[in-house]
Write a protein that binds this ligand. Structure first.
Ligand SMILES: [Zn+2]
Length: 458
């Protein structure tokens, strides 16, 4: 009698040596499953990789999606264009958020291509979007949703489930059983005490843990965003100034609203009007309304929702821009590279009473980065605007665990993983985490490099 031999290998097609383009191809006895299907973002050499087709796109039977951020789902419509016809598995909230994010992404790509054609700056004639709205709709038809902890069987001797990982609403780590081997993909691992999503669950026993390493070399600020915001909002309120908060549509905007409404409900700041001025953030907030658990008290909910207005209409947005009375405005984009925040800044950035609060990471080269670095003027809409407003960077808000939180999470598992491979990190970050984990746990830890293949022996 011959023993059945299983073959299991992993290939890191993206999110290796970088934090974008997350894609890991699992090959189990010839069946190919992709875990995450993210878009490369940032520098040009990375973005260009989005234009190279995957070798295996027609042979992939399933995509397992850990969450809806673009660097994890943004390549899906392109994969569908390459002939992928399989199933895309995710949680119900991930599916709703991915729809909003992918449609927005397609719109940006279509607009960029149209702009390149108008201004003739593309090498290709005519310039094409990476994918369009039609591709996104095709892709959305392939989505299959699963609740957390529900097992799904995509093929013989294969099963997987999503487990809450505390990153963003709907996000989960993936526990995959292939034959006798268990692999856990952490996805983007959340904080030990997240603000609006449930805490990450315990790491299940596994032979191999694929762990993200975005903040493998860092510890988050110990400053409480709640206390910082209390002080800042009171200061701006006293001087009757505008508060402008550029923010990402998914999760960060909702966290800021959560903090502001909580401060109001605890009477730590005066009741004042908050506008969420972003069509995409408005759609996301609608999906996530039930995440404001502290609003479940009906009286409080009524009182607070009077203070909070979601603005999706373009004309209503312009009216709010021109209103002189003090208010708090949360608007995209998060790094001020575009979006409605520019109109608010145009009207108020040269007023010393205005306060601009930057709650997120600001990449070099963006207006947000210039402001954070005390630029005296900033250019948009074709002219320079003097920066007289007070610019503040808000610390402590992050949807990723830092180095210590990742160590703590592994420590809490009932049994340490057999070995760990680190992905989703800049090389320095991943390497710092590798050294730390080897020292703490004395198990083999390796950093994934682009296109690295890992064969698991049975
Ligand atoms: Zn993420």
């Amino acid at each position: 009698m011959s023993l059945k031999t299983n073959q299991l290998s992993l290939r890191f097609l993206g999110g290796a040596g970088t934090v974008t383009g997350s894609k890991t191809l699992v090959n189990f006895n010839g069946q190919k499953i992709l875990v995450d299907c993210g878009l490369f973002q940032g520098v040009k050499s990375l973005r260009q990789q989005n234009w190279t087709d995957l070798d295996d796109s027609e042979e992939i039977t399933d995509v397992i999606l850990t969450h809806a951020h673009l660097d994890h789902c943004g390549y899906l419509p392109r994969l569908v264009r390459q002939g992928f016809k399989g199933a895309i598995h995710c949680t119900p909230i991930t599916a709703r958020l991915a729809e909003i994010i992918l449609l927005d992404s397609a719109k940006i790509q279509e607009e960029d291509a149209a702009e390149a054609n108008r201004k003739h700056y593309s090498k290709h004639s005519p310039a094409q979007p990476l994918y369009n709205t039609k591709d996104v709709h095709k892709c959305l038809q392939l989505f299959y949703t699963h609740e957390f902890d529900e097992w799904m069987v995509p093929g013989p001797d294969l099963r997987f489930r999503f487990i809450v990982n505390g990153h963003i609403p709907g996000s989960g780590m993936v526990e995959l059983h292939a034959g006798s081997k268990i692999i856990v993909f952490s996805g983007d691992l959340g904080r030990i005490q997240p603000l609006i999503v449930p805490k990450p669950r315990k790491l299940p026993h596994c032979d191999l843990l694929i762990l993200e390493s975005t903040y493998g070399d860092r510890l988050h600020s110990i400053l409480s965003p709640f206390e910082q915001l209390e002080e800042l909002i009171n200061k701006a309120y006293q001087r009757k100034g505008q508060v402008l908060i550029p923010s990402f549509a998914v999760e960060r905007s909702q966290e800021i609203i959560y903090l502001l409404l909580k401060l109001m409900s605890e009477k730590k700041i005066a009741p004042q009007k908050i506008y969420l001025d972003s069509p995409m953030a408005a759609a996301v907030t609608e999906v996530l309304r039930n995440f404001y658990s502290f609003l479940h008290d009906p009286e409080l909910r009524h009182a607070l929702t009077q203070q909070f207005e979601v603005v999706s209409d373009h004309r209503a947005s312009r009216t709010i821009v021109s209103m002189a009375e003090p208010k708090i405005v949360i608007a995209g984009s998060g790094m001020i590279t575009g979006g409605r925040i520019l109109h608010h800044l145009e009207a108020h950035i040269s007023d010393p009473k205005t306060m601009v609060i930057l709650p997120g990471f600001q990449a070099p080269g963006t207006r947000g980065h210039s402001l954070a670095n005390r630029a005296s003027e900033v250019k948009f809409f074709g002219k320079y605007h003097a920066v007289k407003a007070e610019i503040i960077q808000l610390h402590g808000l992050s949807a990723h665990a830092d180095r210590e939180e990742m160590v703590e999470w592994i420590k809490k598992s009932d049994q340490l993983p057999g070995r760990i491979v680190l992905n989703h990190g800049e090389p320095h970050s991943s390497d710092c985490l590798r050294v730390k984990l080897e020292h703490e746990f004395n198990i083999p830890v390796r950093v994934a490099s682009a296109n690295m293949e890992l064969v698991l022996d049975f």
